[in-house]
Design a binder for this molecule. Structure first.
Ligand code: NAD
Ligand code: GLY
Length: 368
């Protein structure tokens, strides 16, 4: 049985997120109805070289059964595909294949494919429909919902992008069976982030089910995904373009996390490992700066441990870390901002001065 969450963002067409094992089999009919396709329609599956051999046939078969004409483009797996050159190749291929404004782009894969294909759909012929079919835990709980799309530049990640809401999201939890452990833990960090931001209810539920989720128990995993999607839908409905100081909450743990990923060298630690480390760091700052309790930080530590996200045995010089944080696109006017939880479900976006950040970074590095 699939769970359905409706994402209802002011000014956008509402869309369904279906979560459950076997959801992929119904892709074609949901694409047809969500995109309002009557008569002949055309779909382009964009996927990557790891996902294509596993799930492309199932996606293609379902789309064909719904009488859609289907082509696909397979990009190399990995972050490097979120590039201007791959983007340009896809635009050219679509034009060569004769895709018009009435086509649907189907993003089949993790966040890399979702961001890339979403940006293709936002820009090809000034915008065509996109459907997200996430196959990583991270993509199911975060990137496939909410409409952020992007490619990377040499100068940094996600520097060119657009907001492009999907018409439908089909999260087939059966696809998670083939996800490598490292990618699993990466998604778990975003689940933990969502629970801390959301509420006591989600946080304590997750604490109780952390071991089941680390062990990939299907029922617990589906419920965790649905809870994350409900939170994300609510946040995005309130602040679609991250301009009202609300959507920033989804960046909890990311300020230090991005700096860790960058300075350790992309790929050394997964995005999730960086985020988990960033959550531990932010919780410690929060004790002094916004009155969080040490018990909150300890409960979060235990949750991250149980999800298989222990503290990193790595550090860099505080000055380099601060410099990386200042260069992040989430900094404003050279000032670094942190999402700091006062408690579970209660957070503040705080601009922290350099001297204070350096003091915490020194402590962080000394404890390694
Ligand atoms: P990813 O897309 O690179 O997927 C991770 C790896 O898993 C890849 O090697 C992929 O080929 C493989 N894979 C995917 N599904 C699989 C499956 N079912 N079985 C086996 N292997 C599978 O990485 P990700 O963690 O999903 O996404 C990271 C990207 O998402 C980053 O580029 C990040 O910037 C972006 N992101 C975007 C948002 C947003 O709101 N748009 C939010 C968070 C992250
Ligand atoms: N992943 C953060 C956001 O969608 O805003």
């Amino acid at each position: 049985m699939a769970t359905k969450v409706v994402v209802n963002i002011p000014g956008e067409q509402p869309y369904d997120v279906r979560i459950g094992s076997g959801v992929l089999a119904g892709l074609g009919s949901h694409v047809r109805s969500a995109c309002g396709i009557e008569g002949e329609g055309r779909a382009l599956i964009i996927t990557d070289s790891n996902v294509a051999p596993l799930y492309r046939d199932a996606a293609r078969d379902s789309l064909k059964e719904a009488d859609l004409r289907v082509r696909d483009i397979v990009v190399p797996a990995g972050e490097d595909s979120k590039s201007l050159s791959v983007l340009g190749e896809i635009w050219e291929a679509m034009a060569q294949l004769g895709f018009g404004r009435d086509c649907v782009v189907v993003a089949l894969g993790g966040g890399v494919v979702g961001d890339l294909a979403g940006f293709v759909a936002a820009t090809y012929m000034r915008g065509v429909a996109v459907v997200q079919v996430p196959t990583t835990l991270l993509a199911m709980v975060d990137s496939s919902v909410g409409g952020k799309t992007a490619v990377n530049l040499e100068a940094g990640k996600n520097l060119v992008g657009a907001f492009k809401q999907p018409m439908y999201v089909g999260a087939d939890t059966g696809t998670l069976a083939t996800l490598p452990d490292r990618e699993w833990r990466c998604g778990c960090a975003e689940v933990a982030k969502s629970a801390v931001i959301d509420s006591d209810d989600f946080f304590f539920w997750l604490t109780d089910h952390a071991e089941a989720i680390a062990a990939r128990d299907p029922e617990a995993v589906s419920e965790a995904i649905a809870r994350c999607v409900v939170l994300k839908a609510d946040v995005v409905a309130e602040d679609k373009t991250e301009s009202k100081g609300v959507r920033e909450c989804l960046n909890y743990g990311h300020t230090l996390g991005h700096a860790v990923e960058k300075l350790a060298g992309y790929g050394t630690f997964s995005h999730g490992e960086g985020v988990a480390e960033g959550m531990r760091f932010a919780a410690r700052m929060a004790i002094d700066l916004v009155g969080a309790s040490p018990e909150f930080a300890a409960a979060q530590d235990e949750l991250l441990d149980a999800l298989g996200l222990p503290p990193l045995d790595w550090s860099a010089s505080p000055e380099e870390m601060l410099d990386a944080m200042k260069r992040d696109k989430k900094a404003r006017g050279g000032h670094v901002r942190f999402v700091l939880p006062r408690d579970v479900g209660d957070w503040e976006l705080v601009e922290v001065d350099d001297a204070t950040i350096l003091a915490y970074l020194r402590k962080w590095a000394e404890e390694k």
